[in-house]
Design a protein around this ligand. Structure first.
Ligand SMILES: [Zn+2]
Length: 112
């Protein structure tokens, strides 16, 4: 389960940012997760709680912003959003691979 290392990484970034801003406490952390990043939001939330123990982020909220991937059909030009890598074009039935959607980054943190 790689969500634990991701959660620790997120907490790390948030704590460093909070310290750089002389904050005392982290209230919430927003992360963007691409649909194709392979991260299971529920698992990440679970690991996040453990990762925040004994850090400035303890008790903080994890806000997950789930980003859809985009697929662009080469045959007919249709663009659509998806959360799967391999897709069937809704217009012509061609196989379409999604692009993007692998992002995983800390978008914002809220501190006191
Ligand atoms: Zn198509």
């Amino acid at each position: 389960m790689h969500e634990m290392s991701i959660a620790m990484n997120i907490v790390d970034i948030a704590v460093q940012t909070a310290k750089a801003n002389k904050a005392k406490k982290i209230n919430s952390i927003s992360v963007e997760i691409g649909a194709l990043s392979g991260v299971v939001p529920e698992a990440l939330e679970f690991c996040f709680e453990a990762a925040t123990q004994n850090t400035m982020a303890q008790g903080s909220q994890l806000e997950i912003i789930f980003l859809k991937a985009e697929a662009h059909c080469q045959k007919c030009g249709t663009k659509f959003e998806t959360d799967q890598f391999l897709n069937i074009c809704p217009s012509c039935g061609e196989q379409v691979f999604a692009s993007g959607g692998r992002k995983l980054q800390v978008k914002a943190i809220n501190v006191d």
